[in-house]
Design a protein around this ligand. Structure first.
Ligand code: TMP
Length: 205
């Protein structure tokens, strides 16, 4: 069966660790699973990712940011995600368009309707079936990133920006409660993974 799962949440919530663990679990169940991430996930997207994350690009306008994220997204949807779903597989994506609404919309204050229009153009209207919100306070997430040595240009936005992002996720989840499952990402890794698997297995049942 085809299923499209995305991981979302503030930085430092352990999304990529949890996505890898979930993929191992689903492969163990015999499913045809593809793990990917945004921005990136294709050779073109990886080049765009380097531009977006480069700490030297301090002058990047938020509008440039959304267009670059969307360009990477258009490529991954066309080249990777749609073909895999069409072949009946499961796709697990570390971030998808909800990151744009949370970061560029709620974080930077860009118009949400405009972002939705650009997003729809980039994705052709593709929507995840299930979105796992790995939630933790912005301060805790940034501290994990700093100590993990993964600091990038977006992490360097101020704390208030990251707090707006987290609130933005709550707003997004409220408008589509059937798609979103919130998981407390301050818990130990195995407990977070147990909650993730429970949500996914319920969809697969
Ligand atoms: P990550 O791959 O380590 O999660 O880093 C990606 C960063 O880019 C993260 O800070 C969230 C941000 N981001 C956006 O601002 N908008 C987007 O559309 C996406 C996909 C990510």
């Amino acid at each position: 069966m085809s299923l499209f799962i995305s991981f979302e949440g503030p930085d430092g919530g352990g999304k990529s660790t949890q996505a890898h663990l979930l993929v191992d679990h689903l492969k163990g169940r015999g499913l045809n699973v593809l793990l990917t991430r945004e921005p990136g996930g294709t050779p073109i997207g990886d080049q765009i990712r380097r531009t977006l994350m480069d700490l030297g690009n301090t002058g990047m306008d938020p509008r440039t940011e959304i267009l670059l994220f969307s360009a990477s997204r258009a490529q991954i949807v066309h080249q990777v995600i749609r073909p895999h779903l069409e072949s009946g597989g499961v796709v697990v994506c570390d971030r998808f368009y909800d990151s744009t609404l949370a970061y560029q919309g709620y974080g930077h204050g860009l118009d949400l309707d405009a972002l939705r229009t650009i997003t729809k153009f980039a994705t052709g209207g593709l929507r995840p079936d299930l979105t796992l919100l790995l939630d933790l306070p912005a301060e805790a997430g940034l501290e994990r990133r700093r100590s993990g040595g993964q600091w990038n240009r977006l992490d360097a936005y101020d704390l208030a920006f990251h707090q707006r992002v987290r609130q933005g996720y709550f707003e997004l989840a409220k408008t589509e409660p059937e798609r979103w499952v919130r998981v407390d990402a301050t818990q130990p890794v195995d407990e977070v993974q147990a909650a993730v698997r429970q949500a996914v297995n319920a969809r697969l049942a």
